[in-house]
Design a protein around this ligand. Structure first.
Ligand code: SF4
Ligand code: SF4
Length: 459
């Protein structure tokens, strides 16, 4: 007998060891003494106490220990069979590549800044895009979450086309198949929001995500075309959402400045009461790659924020995805929809790509909404992205985060090391820290629950 090769040991304190099964996303806590007895048993095949026999049986039945590597191989093959075939889960509709801002950390700034190409979507392209989506969803008909996200540049610079698109969806779904659980979202810098736009968004059922870095100094990188901090104006627009009772989420970029003001930022988030928040890690550039501490510090902040905000029922999406997978013992195979080839990005001129990061250079944008034979399930770029999950990547097989990290951002891996099949190493730092925290947090929750029930308190 031996530990499964997927089992990793974490010392959680108080003489307790967590055995974490990286493939099955399961944790069991044993005492340090039990861990030593297990080691003794693995080495000698002798059991030095009857009490450990029960533990051994439990660990074997639940795959924490195995007779030999073959048992692990079989388990791995079973997990591979559980990987669902690709299905379009998110579609970014880039209604314009123009922007009214010049954010200093914009990761698609090349696309937004360069001139001379078709940068604004027309009604005709929007109509053809709706047709493509209808055909796609009709073919795939899965229970996957499905979202259409209006994106830019700044999408509100072409709000008419968003309205046209939604009218077209409403028209088409009277006659043809359209998923009833479809969600619609808009990611905006907020500057152009008006009462009329907010009402229209509400009418169409489009949820609002505002990119806003919460306090004035952190937000100072979000400048308008004249170099002015857009903080006051966007703050006013958030006030308008409050006034009209329109829920919004905040998309917050963790810059180095924001990290230096984390307490102010957290206090401010609580005041703004968004429906949800998502923190964005900075996409690497040469300077950031030199600052090795950035990703550790950013992750510490995200965990600290998660702990504080969950107290009021507000969950940050990026950590929550992993917490959900961890608590439900589910594999989290992709951390974004591009991984696995589950995403469309439609450019203003009707090109189909997988990841919006490549709007800069149009890599993996080799199809068009006008190709009558286009089927993402057989298209060469989608086939290439399909296997981009840690579960199928050699470098990840011995990692404790195998089934929980989702592999980070393939675009960042390509940016840093030249291929989406390289590791997004900055994300590995993040994922490992989050897993370590989740295991310790689970232990303390179990202990507290036990204490409370011994004291007769309800939990
Ligand atoms: S690969 Fe990276 S940039 Fe592209 S969609 Fe995924 S997370 Fe975003
Ligand atoms: S991507 Fe990084 S953190 Fe995730 S499994 Fe692979 S090596 Fe581990």
């Amino acid at each position: 007998m031996q530990y499964s090769r997927y089992v990793h040991l974490f010392y959680v304190g108080n003489d307790v060891v967590a055995l974490y099964h990286a493939l099955l996303v399961r944790t069991v806590f044993i005492t340090y003494t039990e861990a030593q007895q297990l080691d003794f048993y693995f080495k000698t095949n002798d059991i030095d106490s009857d009490a450990i026999l029960e533990t051994i049986q439990y660990l074997y039945v639940n795959c924490y220990i195995v007779v030999n590597a073959d048992e692990d191989n079989k388990l791995y093959n079973k997990c591979i069979e559980l990987i669902s075939p690709p299905a379009i889960s998110n579609a970014y509709i880039v209604v314009t590549e123009n922007c009214n801002f010049n954010c200093k950390y914009c990761f698609i700034s090349n696309a937004v800044q360069h001139a001379g190409e078709t940068k604004v979507m027309t009604n005709e392209v929007a109509r053809q895009t709706v047709k493509l989506l209808q055909k796609t969803y009709e073919r795939q008909q899965t229970s996957y979450d499905k979202t259409i996200t209006f994106y830019g540049g700044e999408p509100l610079l072409n709000f008419d086309v968003i309205c046209f698109f939604m009218d077209e969806v409403n028209r088409i779904k009277e006659k043809y198949y359209w998923p009833s659980d479809m969600k619609y979202a808009l990611i905006t810098n907020g500057f152009l929001l008006t009462k009329d736009i907010l009402k229209a968004l509400q009418g169409y059922g489009i949820t609002l995500s505002i990119s806003y870095d919460v306090d004035k100094e952190s937000h100072a990188q979000r400048i308008d075309k004249n170099g002015n901090n857009s903080y006051e104006v966007v703050r006013e627009k958030i006030g308008l959402c409050h006034e009209m009772g329109i829920p919004f989420s905040l998309s917050i970029t963790i810059s180095e400045v924001l990290l230096s003001r984390k307490n102010e930022v957290l206090t401010e988030i609580l005041k703004l009461s968004p429906a949800t928040i998502v923190f964005n890690l900075l996409i690497p550039n040469t300077q950031r790659l030199k600052n090795e501490h950035y990703y550790e510090d950013a992750t510490d902040f995200m965990i600290q924020a998660f702990i504080r905000l969950r107290g009021i029922g507000l969950y940050e999406d990026r950590i929550m995805r992993k917490v959900r997978a961890f608590s439900e013992n589910k594999m989290h195979l992709y951390d974004c929809c591009a991984g696995g080839g589950n995403q469309y990005v439609i450019t203003p001129d009707g090109k189909i790509g997988i990841c919006h990061g490549y709007l800069n250079n149009r890599k993996y944008f080799s199809s068009s909404i006008y190709d009558v034979d286009f089927d993402f399930r057989t298209q060469v770029d989608y086939l290439y992205w399909k296997k981009r999950t840690p579960l199928l990547m050699k470098q990840c097989q011995e990692c404790e985060c195998l089934s929980i990290c989702g592999g980070g951002c393939p675009y960042a891996a390509d940016y840093m090391y030249g291929s989406i099949y390289e590791l997004d190493t900055r994300f590995c730092i993040h994922a490992k820290k989050v897993l370590d925290w989740m295991i310790k947090d689970l232990y303390y929750q179990v202990v507290n629950k036990r204490k409370n029930s011994l004291n007769g308190n309800s939990v």
